[in-house]
Design a binder for this molecule. Structure first.
Ligand SMILES: [Zn+2]
Length: 369
């Protein structure tokens, strides 16, 4: 059992106001027609998977099964100046022009509702608040409970349910205002963080480690040989995995790639793009709750050794609300000082129990000839 630690959940309920409804009247335009054409071709009724119920499921679980010592702190809205550190002026003009409207931003299914632009500003600002709390020493670690997610958002466009790249905004803020020169971003969402990679592609002061399901799985980027460019060559670290990869493979990648990379890089701050769609309920990968907890233990130990414990998580994906909620809780439990479980191959404990149960029946004399 580790010592008790302070962990703060940073949350602002305005993130619930982003609620695209595919049946609402959207802006007239070619993109809307094209998306409607795609949706009409589906065999099933399509609902927007990145919905407010994701956050509600997490909050409900934390009421039913509280994490001892977990503190709550309010989030806030990011300023345009803070967003402009990682997004272009023309992109921000485009996004802000959609305030109070329903619109499609891309055919990768990113849409907005009247509350979405404010929710996106609050998501990025709440990621900043989490980093500020960690850097000021007011908490040991922090978890920004936010949506819409961010890691697919590129400097110039929205993608994959993401409007603003929250983790990138938080990293850039830590560099500009909080005295953190070097930032390590660990992205364990099942999908590659193409936007975060783009933003810091040539930046030697941000190391981006991303373990994800390999192309052609969405968004199709993040190949092994994509390592950054220019001064940033070597600070992008991609670990593409086959579908169905689980705890053992993930933890080996963390221990044998992330740990030496982080020790080499020597960050002043560690951020985690924490998606929970790598859990097997989400059908892409095979990570367990113990796996998420063990990965948390590794990044926490890196933060302790390399940057005085400065560690902040931001929520990314995770669309099965049960695995999302329990995944977040398993992370918070470790951050609060709970023990770090040793993940095992799924089914092994049950097999061992079954061995113990059955084996005595077959000991001694054979029943055959
Ligand atoms: Zn994802």
């Amino acid at each position: 059992m580790s010592a008790k630690r302070e962990v703060t959940l940073v949350y602002d309920e305005r993130v619930l106001n982003h609620a695209p409804d595919v049946n609402a009247a959207f802006l007239p335009g070619r993109l809307d027609k094209r998306v409607r054409g795609i949706l009409a071709g589906l065999n099933v009724q399509w609902k927007y998977p990145e919905h407010p119920g994701r956050i509600q499921a997490i909050l409900d679980l934390l009421v039913r099964e509280p994490v001892e010592g977990l503190r709550f702190a309010p989030g806030k809205s990011a300023t345009r100046e803070q967003l402009a550190r990682v997004h272009t002026t023309s992109y921000l003009d485009d996004v802000f022009s959609l305030r109070d409207k329903n619109a499609w931003l891309d055919v990768d299914t990113t849409a907005v509702s009247p509350g979405s632009i404010e929710a996106a500003e609050v998501a990025a600002g709440t990621a900043i608040a989490a980093v500020e709390a960690v850097c000021s020493g007011s908490t040991g670690s922090a978890f920004a409970l936010i949506r819409p997610p961010g890691h697919h958002a590129e400097p110039v466009r929205a993608r994959g349910f993401c409007l603003i790249n929250n983790v990138a905004v938080a990293a850039a803020h830590a560099q500009a205002e909080l005295g953190c020169e070097r930032v390590l971003i660990v992205d364990w969402d099942a999908h590659h963080g193409n936007g975060t990679q783009d933003i810091f592609w040539a930046d030697p002061n941000v190391m981006f480690f991303d373990i994800h399901r390999a192309s052609p799985f969405y968004p199709g980027s993040g190949n092994l040989h994509d390592v950054g460019a220019g001064l940033g060559e070597g600070t992008t670290v991609n670990v593409p995995m086959p579908g169905g990869a689980g705890d053992v493979a993930y933890l080996r990648a963390f221990n044998e790639i992330l740990v030496p990379a982080a020790e080499y890089f020597k960050p002043d701050l560690i951020l985690v793009s924490a998606g929970f769609d790598a859990h097997w309920y989400d059908l892409a990968m095979n990570v367990s709750f113990e796996g998420f907890a063990a990965m948390t233990g590794i990044v926490q130990s890196l933060a302790d050794r390399l940057c005085e414990g400065r560690l902040a998580f931001v929520l990314e994906g995770g669309y099965n609300t049960e695995s999302l909620a329990h995944g977040v809780r398993s992370v918070l439990d470790v951050l609060a000082g709970g023990s770090v479980p040793e993940p095992r191959v799924c089914g092994m404990e049950a097999v061992e129990e079954a061995i113990a149960f059955h084996l005595s029946a077959f000991a001694g004399e054979s029943s055959g000839e």
